[in-house]
Write a protein that binds this ligand. Structure first.
Ligand code: GTP
Ligand code: MG
Length: 406
């Protein structure tokens, strides 16, 4: 049901709003991300529409004038998909689909769809399917009357594809079934985790596409799939890593994103257990991304939701090779100097300085500063290790560069 299909790029338009909380540049950044999500899902963005308003219209998200523009454009250019940069309420989705007469998706839809495409193992598939069913349930009413479900493509993969006639009861039964299935797998996984003994567990966490898997591969010499698309990783990989004789476990897991659908956080609960049960977090950040500070906030918010925000955490600022400050013209008196103009050195003196030792600056791709990285991780893992195995203390001296060749 969740087959990955060859798809030609589907033409889509994006629709976002500019509000008091979300100024023009924020709105642009969000739409950039939405475009990246669309591309990852197999779509091509032909045009973006934005509207300034105090808050989204409760009936149709944007106003009727703007909606006319969108409708005209869609008709003239044979666009099949309109994607809204927020979660639409079931009523909004219905109203808009009636007006536009094309496939209407929101951010949540898109993320769920990418997860469905990317799920490799039956466990990940089951988790995604559960999230999709939960998203679908409140939206069933009248959903298929004006649109044939057979249109396929983005947002249409997954449950429901063969179940146009489904009523809520069937979906509810399915949810119960999927939950039971997940519970069984959870038990097995939890036993597996228990079998790993008392080894120190380190989890890579971070926004999607920041380089977690790349770092995992460099450090553990493994071959986890990494690529320049969102949500390359859905299944958790655990590897034994040894730094200077000190063994520990490193986990690479699913990336986070702004407004990660709650259904997904819920159903990926056990995947996220790897994070919850970790002794040390490596919070990887793509410092070359203009929005990296907001990414950190989103990740922290999700860590908080899964009760993991008080763990020892090393912030790993990755992609320093790609960092570029916006050029600043000192003579242009109209231009105000902002964070976007900071050099990496300046960044280091900001709040990053306050976390001191717990901030690292690396390039996983170019293998820059990896020695620092190994040393910091070694020190931190060692601290935890010797509380668990006090008699092993003498085995692991302070990390020194000379002794360490690998
Ligand atoms: N320039 C640069 N690119 C990097 C660096 N590290 C990773 N990348 C690239 O960033 C992209 C994403 O890398 P991944 O390792 O797949 O990122 P991830 O955090 O595992 O992503 P998800 O699994 O999607 O959450 C890939 O194209 C990598 O080659 C780096 O240090 N510098
Ligand atoms: Mg990954």
């Amino acid at each position: 049901m969740l087959e990955k299909k060859d798809i030609t790029l589907e033409k889509a338009v994006l629709i976002g709003v500019i509000t008091k909380e979300q100024d023009e540049s924020k709105s642009k950044e969000y739409l950039d991300e939405l475009e990246f999500l669309t591309y990852t899902a197999g779509g091509e963005v032909v045009k973006r529409f934005t509207q300034k308003m105090d808050m989204p219209n409760p009936k149709t998200f944007i106003g009727s004038g703007k909606m006319n523009d969108v409708q005209e454009f869609i008709n003239e250019n044979e666009i099949g998909t309109a994607i809204f940069d927020d979660e639409l309420s079931p009523a909004q989705e219905r109203n808009i689909s009636k007006i536009l007469n094309c496939k209407v998706l929101d951010r949540t839809n898109l993320i769920l769809d990418i997860f469905a495409q990317r799920a490799q193992t039956s466990y990940a598939r089951t988790q995604v399917e559960l999230a999709q069913c939960e998203y679908l349930l409140p939206r069933l009413k009248g959903m298929w009357t004006h649109l044939e479900r057979q249109k396929g493509g983005i947002g249409m993969r997954g449950p429901g594809e063969t179940e146009i006639e489904t009523d809520r009861r069937i979906v509810r039964d399915k949810i119960a079934l999927l939950k039971a299935k997940i519970k069984t797998i959870d038990k097995q996984m939890s036993v597996q985790r228990g079998n790993r003994g008392q080894m120190v567990r380190v989890a890579l966490v971070g926004y999607t596409n920041v380089g977690k898997s790349t770092l995992m591969n460099v450090v553990s010499k493994s071959e986890v799939f990494a690529e320049n698309k969102l949500f390359a990783t859905l299944d958790t990989t655990v590897r034994k890593v040894v730094i200077q004789n000190l063994p520990f476990l490193m986990t690479d897991t699913v990336g986070f994103i702004r407004k990660l659908p709650t259904q997904l956080v819920e159903s990926f609960k056990s995947t996220l257990d790897e994070v919850r049960e970790a002794d040390l977090l490596l919070h990887v950040v793509d410092i070359s991304h203009p929005n990296f500070e907001e990414h950190i906030e989103s990740v922290n918010k999700i860590l908080d939701e899964i009760h993991s925000s008080d763990k020892p955490t090393i912030m790993v600022f990755n992609k320093i090779d790609a960092y570029e400050a916006e050029p600043f013209d000192e003579d242009d008196l109209m231009e105000e100097r902002t964070k976007a103009h900071y050099s990496l050195e300046e960044w280091r003196t900001t709040w990053m300085n306050k976390i001191g030792d717990y901030a690292l600056f690396i390039s996983a791709l170019n293998k820059e500063n990896l020695e620092d990285f190994r040393k910091r991780v070694y020190d931190e893992v060692r601290k935890i290790h010797i509380t668990r195995f006090p008699y092993n203390h003498f085995l692991y001296p302070d990390y020194s560069k000379e002794d360490f060749e690998s």
